[in-house]
Design a protein around this ligand. Structure first.
Ligand code: NAD
Length: 317
């Protein structure tokens, strides 16, 4: 794999999410070449033109796009961000069948043109799509990665940081499980500046009551809906989150990120893709970290796994 700046990043889908990933990746100079593929040729060409018109103001690189999948040839990472998105009132799981069909059509071709690439799945329901992608491509599990709860965890950390009036970077807290309604906040391992959240009581920086915690979790789960209701899609935060994951992969950063990937013998869970904190580097994802969990958190993880598994089976995979 070409490392860091020498890399080529392919993006499938030039919609709200795919185009914003290209924009954030371009601003941060993540890769030398960013290639967008979308069946909507007018849309992909227009997005590429608009991005290229800003090339003077960002680190040097090349942005190209096409309605021909050949444009992804030789990519080091292929980001899958194409497919149906949620309308208000729909759950992510409602998108499963349409988006699984798109993956069945596209992913074998992706492996043909970019056999050495890592696959980073964003399309929802992302855990189901990640598990299906593993089957469709036959790639090693380390290289089939779902963006998972990276975005949910950043929403969680933002809400905790705002409540406790501290910088978001000093909040360490993860959402695990499904990127969706059954996701689990890992309260027992959450901390701010090394103080376990359960003991947080700092003058002028509030405490977390049970009601505060419930409200924060409600807002994390409802976040996408709140954004979609107002503007039709979520794009900026997911664009930044994906660029962060790309940096971890391409620069071998060994960052700990709650990404979705195959579980094999983790706390009694096998053969299901869901999110847990994992170390991420040039070879892809590692097995989940042995993060301490309460009995309730572990039970939540099992329930989340069951939900994902049942949709995967319903789709015939
Ligand atoms: P969008 O409708 O704006 O864009 C989707 C794009 O996919 C369109 O441009 C369409 O032409 C393209 N497309 C459809 N079928 C295709 C095919 N067969 N080949 C190539 N391109 C194809 O949607 P969006 O808002 O960009 O959302 C895209 C996906 O990302 C959705 O499934 C959404 O739910 C998901 N999403 C995931 C997260 C996450 O955290 N994992 C966050 C936001 C959105």
């Amino acid at each position: 794999m070409a490392a860091g700046r020498a890399a080529k990043v392919g993006i499938i889908g030039a919609g709200s999410v795919g185009a914003t990933i290209a924009y954030t990746a371009m601003i941060r100079g993540v890769a030398r070449r960013i290639s967008l593929f979308d069946i909507a040729s007018a849309k992909v060409n227009a997005e590429v033109l608009d991005l290229n018109h800003g090339s003077l103001f960002v680190p040097q690189g090349m942005i190209e796009g096409s309605d021909d999948i050949e444009v992804l040839r030789g990519s080091d990472v292929v980001v899958m961000a194409a497919g149906a998105k949620r309308s208000p009132g729909q759950t992510r799981m409602d998108l499963a069948s349409a988006n699984a069909a798109i993956c069945a059509k596209l992913l074998p071709k992706v492996v043909e043109v970019a056999p050495d690439a890592m696959l980073l799945l964003i399309t929802n329901p992302v855990d189901v799509i990640t598990q299906i992608a593993l089957k469709l491509t036959g790639l090693p599990w380390e290289r089939v990665i779902g963006s998972g709860t990276v975005l949910d965890s950043s929403r969680f950390r933002y809400l905790l940081a705002t409540h406790c009036k501290v910088a978001v970077q000093n909040v360490h807290a993860y959402i695990a499980g499904e990127h969706g309604d059954s996701e689990i906040p890992l309260w027992s391992s959450a901390s701010i500046g090394s103080i376990p959240l359960s003991q947080w009581a700092v003058k002028g920086h509030g405490r977390l009551t049970t009601a505060d915690k419930e409200e924060i979790v409600h807002n994390v789960k409802d976040a996408a809906f709140q954004v979609i209701q107002g503007k039709g899609a979520t794009n900026y935060a997911i664009g930044l989150a994906v660029t962060n994951i790309l940096e971890a992969l391409l620069y071998d950063e060994r960052r700990v990120l709650p990404l979705s990937g195959l579980l094999q013998g983790f706390k009694g869970l096998d053969d299901v893709c869901l999110s847990l904190p994992r170390i991420v580097g040039r070879k892809g994802i590692e097995a989940p970290l042995p993060i301490p969990m309460t009995v309730d958190e572990e039970a939540g993880l099992h329930a989340s796994a069951e939900r994902i598994r049942s949709v995967v089976h319903e789709l015939g995979y």
